[in-house]
Design a protein around this ligand. Structure first.
Ligand code: DGJ
Length: 689
């Protein structure tokens, strides 16, 4: 079979073709030296792509062009610019000159520069042979001599603009949310307007997650064309979708930063944006999600193949009342249940007995841990569990020794109040003295106790995001995020056994930027099984089950007051990386015994849940590896149609021995008899014969 090269180029039409296993993407550098979008969808050959007409836009004195690979300001363009700059003499906009390109294996770089001003720009594209995801980003360069004075003001610098055929850009899928109610999926008709999805909070946020799916309104879980885009960034961001009445392609431009924030590109300097990746699928929302799950496993996560441990976390049990005796008692019970990792949450350090004090003073609380954490760690290890610890490195309480010593380390502005949220202020991780301090105490802490796992939390949005003495204050919006990345990367390099869970007051920073350097995500503080079903459904649109920390906790649920059977609470949490977060000191012997069985069941299905393909069914979720199937079902008793099975094979129910034809499981469904109780649910295990 002839090998198709991942990137090819037709010199006569200046057309580039990117080829992924099931899709093609084409662009052309036009006679105007502007890279125009040609195609993103079903496979084409280079001959096909070269013969495609360019989109010429609507010609009138009120014209607005579209369909460029990167919208800019300048000429008769009136759409959303992906790149917005102002030069030292006050001129704005860009007039491109195409300088050339490089193709290196599966990467394409298209080099552009302004016809007059010293602005260079490279469009980066990368494809993989095992994924239909295309990674795009951009490098901006100030081409002036390094000793020059004339900076270029950058008002917007998105990573990429994606074009979808206009007739298909009709419906948007995305998530909305709030603290304790993250990732609620919404599908809405795209208005003929500019629709902005954004976070101005310094983190990717609870309120929207940085991705979008676009379809013609006819896709569903199992079929239909879907174009999806995901931004790999953990700070403020903005994705703007434009649906135009003129028939221009539906455009989605996105990148780091939000409206009104600008910064200066200095002579000689270059700036690389995060990746804004895109995927086209003909298999509906289910295949789109599986495509992202596989891509994240293969190209984003640091340790994709490692089973995520069964965690016990003490937060809901003890709050800030963390004591040696209390944690030991919980650890003993957690170990009996089969927990593999014991995580001590907030409240172990400094003067931290509630949310008012202590953040920044990262030493064990002397009155509660007079001999440090060593005795507790020994107990946990002696019980056969690994040891994890909660930290919130980007924060300080004004009531802390750190803040008293370094009041200038927090984000602040002269003549402005320092707004406290949760009684805390944000440390400026754009400062290298701050990141150096953070790395040092984290490095020491991890080394001292051979910590296996950190829960890296972040519990408030940015306010008064200034740095009065800083070189270019507004850069801190993105440099803070880069600082966080740098500390985590350095920490992981120094401690290769260390695993990290990303968290920001629940799921306030669940994104590909964090997943590139963490192992799992705490997706919500809401552990109520009924609420979790929706939150997990939204998270699963892009992010794989192995990254989704989910705990079984107490009933009534401490956040919602809702009751649910223990089995149901476990079943719903088994849809991801199972943890336990209840107050085990209050669980009865019968509950503990049942929980032990459920943890054992989870360990049995873990390889399928964490490493299998996921199918969202009606009131159920299914995972499939080559020869095993796990179904977690809730809701009504009924025949539940399964997906992705071989119709000609026989599947045996591992619990009952019942045999099912693949063909009938796909058409008539799995006969399910759920218990008659509030919160009915079941876990079914099938093995292909
Ligand atoms: C917010 C997290 O989401 C919780 O799980 C817990 O760690 C608290 N912070 C601790 O302050």
């Amino acid at each position: 079979m002839q090998q198709v090269s991942p990137v090819s180029f037709d010199a006569s039409s200046r057309t580039f073709l990117l080829t992924t296993p099931a899709t093609s993407y084409a662009l052309r550098v036009g006679a105007d030296d502007v890279p125009h979008h040609l195609h993103w969808g079903a496979p084409l050959t280079l001959d096909h792509a070269s013969a495609l007409p360019s989109y010429d836009g609507v010609v009138s004195s009120f014209a607005s062009t579209g369909g460029e690979e990167l919208g800019v300001e300048g000429g008769a363009r009136f759409g959303v610019p992906s790149l917005l700059v102002r030069y030292a003499d006050g001129a704005r906009g860009v007039e491109w000159h195409y300088e050339g390109h490089e193709i290196e294996g599966s990467e394409l770089r298209v080099r552009l520069r302004d016809r007059h001003y010293p602005l260079g720009c490279t469009l980066h594209y990368a494809v993989h042979e095992d994924s239909d995801v295309i990674e795009r980003s951009l490098t901006l360069r100030h081409l002036g001599a390094a000793d020059g004075d004339d900076t270029i003001e950058v008002l917007r610098c998105d990573a990429a603009a994606w074009s979808v055929p206009a007739a298909s850009g009709v419906r948007l899928s995305h998530t909305v949310g709030q603290w304790s109610g993250e990732t609620q999926l919404r599908r809405t008709e795209a208005p003929y307007a500019e629709t902005v999805f954004t976070s101005r909070r310094g983190v990717s946020g609870h309120f929207a997650n940085p991705w979008l799916m676009v379809d013609a309104g006819d896709a569903d879980e199992t079929g239909g064309e879907v174009w999806s885009m995901v931004l790999a960034w953990s700070g403020s961001w903005r994705i703007t979708a434009q649906r135009d009445f003129t028939g221009a392609p539906f455009t989605v431009t996105g990148g780091a930063g939000h409206d009104g924030i600008g910064w200066r590109l200095r002579p000689g300097e270059s700036h690389r944006t995060p990746v804004f990746a895109g995927q086209y699928s003909r298999g509906g929302f289910g295949a789109t999600s599986r495509g992202w799950h596989a891509y994240i496993a293969a190209h984003v996560l640091p340790r994709p193949d490692e089973p995520r441990p069964v965690v016990y976390n003490s937060w809901e049990a003890t709050g800030w009342n963390v004591t040696l005796a209390g944690q030991r008692a919980l650890a003993e019970r957690a170990a009996e249940l089969g927990a593999e990792l014991f995580v001590v949450d907030d409240g172990w350090f400094g003067a931290r007995t509630d949310e008012r004090a202590g953040l920044g003073d990262w030493h064990p609380a002397p009155e509660r841990f007079p001999d440090g954490l060593g005795p507790l760690v020994d107990t946990i290890r002696g019980l056969g569990m690994r040891f994890g610890l909660w930290v919130e490195p980007e924060m300080t309480n004004p009531d802390s020794d750190l803040y008293r010593e370094h009041p200038d380390w927090v984000l602040h502005m002269p003549h402005r109040r320092r707004t406290e949220l949760r009684h805390q202020l944000v440390l400026n991780f754009a400062r290298t003295d701050v990141t150096e301090w953070a790395f040092k105490w984290l490095d020491r802490l991890v080394a001292t106790y051979a910590i296996d796992f950190l829960k890296w939390d972040m519990n408030r949005a940015f306010t008064e995001a200034g740095w009065p003495a800083g070189p270019d204050a507004e850069r801190l919006w993105s440099d803070h995020t880069r600082g966080v990345y740098a500390v985590i990367d350095r920490l992981r390099a120094a401690h290769p056994h260390l695993r990290i869970e990303g968290c920001a007051g629940g799921g306030g920073r669940a994104d590909l930027g964090m997943l590139a350097r963490t192992d799992q995500t705490w997706i919500s503080d809401n552990t109520d099984a009924a609420d979790r079903i929706g939150i997990q459904h939204g998270y699963s649109q892009i992010y794989p089950a192995r990254t989704m920390s989910a705990w079984a906790t107490d009933s009534p649920n401490p956040y919602t007051g809702r009751t649910a059977p223990l089995r149901h609470r476990f079943h719903i949490a088994m849809a991801g990386a199972l943890g336990i977060g209840g107050d085990l000191s209050r669980w009865s012997d019968a509950e503990l015994a049942e929980a032990r069985e459920l943890v054992a069941l989870y360990k049995e299905i873990r390889p399928v849940v964490q490493f299998g393909e996921q199918y969202r069914l009606d009131d159920a979720v299914q995972y499939r590896t080559d020869d095993r199937v796990v179904v977690i079902a809730w809701g009504r008793s009924r025949g539940l149609r399964l997906a992705g099975l071989s119709p000609t094979d026989i599947y045996t129910d591992e619990a009952t021995g019942a045999e099912h034809h693949g063909a009938t499981l796909l058409t008539h469904g799995l006969p399910l008899r759920l218990p008659k109780e509030d919160g009915p649910s079941a876990v079914v295990r099938l093995r292909r014969r």
